[in-house]
Write a protein that binds this ligand. Sequence first.
Ligand SMILES: *Cc1c(COP(=O)(O)O)cnc(C)c1O
Length: 400
Amino acid sequence: MKNSLKQSPNQFGYFGKYGGQIIPPTLIPIFDDIAKAYKIAQADPDFQTEYQNLLKNYVGRPSPLYYAKNLSEKLGEAKIYLKREDLNHTGAHKINHTLGEALLAKRMGKTKLLAETGAGQHGVALATATALVGIECEIHMGEIDVLKQHPNVIRMQLLGAKVVTVKSGGRSLKDAVDSAFDAFVKDPKNIFFGIGSIVGPHPFPMMVRDFQSIIGKEAKVQILEQEGRLPDYLIACVGGGSNAIGLFHEFLDDESVKMIGVEPSGRSFNHGDNAATLTLGKPGNIHGMFTYLLQDDNGEPLPVHSIASGLDYPGVGPIHSDLKDSGRVTYESINDVEALDAFQTLTKLEGIIPALESSHALAHAFKIAPSMSSDKIIIINLSGRGDKDIDYVAEKLGYK
Ligand SMILES: *Cc1c(COP(=O)(O)O)cnc(C)c1O
């Protein structure tokens, strides 16, 4: 029998060559404690029942698998399905893992969840979960982002989170990461670092993957119900990679199912103009893990750009690095203009406004679907809704 690709990392947290715990030695026991507590929680029916119950009655799962007929007919003959993570409470997939993290933090007796946020999507999802579970929340955010994303700052505050404005350096996401990490290191026993994707030191890539894998588990049941067979393609956008692995994981051992992760090529393939980590990067260290990284000659992360702030990350989850090397998943890129086009196309044809992040997955499907025959089935992960993006899009398109 062949080994399953739905692997657990080794005891040091490596998926193949990638992952690990590349952190100061004093912090290793802290993350090992989380790994231990998670393993026990995972096997505990009470924890699972509580989590599954919240997914159903609070998040609104299962999210629909919707056959996009108008879109399919416009593009050609293949059948296109959308996994509607945009319909989750708070409008994206992130709530799937922030709830899991908040429940685990509470169970471990931690007093606070702490995290950074860029545009505020992760901060809002975490503040929502902590409000529900009943645990303190502190979110670090660069001053520039605080000004740009003011509604999300208000949301977090209404939800009871403390928002720390970071005024150092470039006053954006990178500085917020540093600031949040500094605050965490001051009291790592009591603070749970609420990582926002399948990135960071072990056990976070594995744990966040497990929480997100509900997406693919549902999609498999739903496509078998609606079509009586497995899909030919799964397509998802990749920032850190949590929504993509969430859809892919359950299908990894199904050889007939092709999988494509879509990264942002932004303005161009030049340094600083994109976040196409798996296309242009090389393995290196970032945020406690070894993984593909957009880096300069000294191994320092390069600045990144994407029209979708959720994809704007120079690294990527170590599981994707391993899946790229093994060839099981292919990684493609879509630029800002193509994503903006796809955003408009889906909105007009289906009455669904997608997140700019998800629009990258859509745009790639729009490229490859027209040459497919009528027996092909594609599932696209609609990772979030685009309400958060409409002001930006309106400005780009010159709407008054
Ligand atoms: C945060 C976000 C992403 C990117 O994160 P992944 O970990 O790569 O999934 C994608 N889509 C939406 C809607 C997001 O909010």
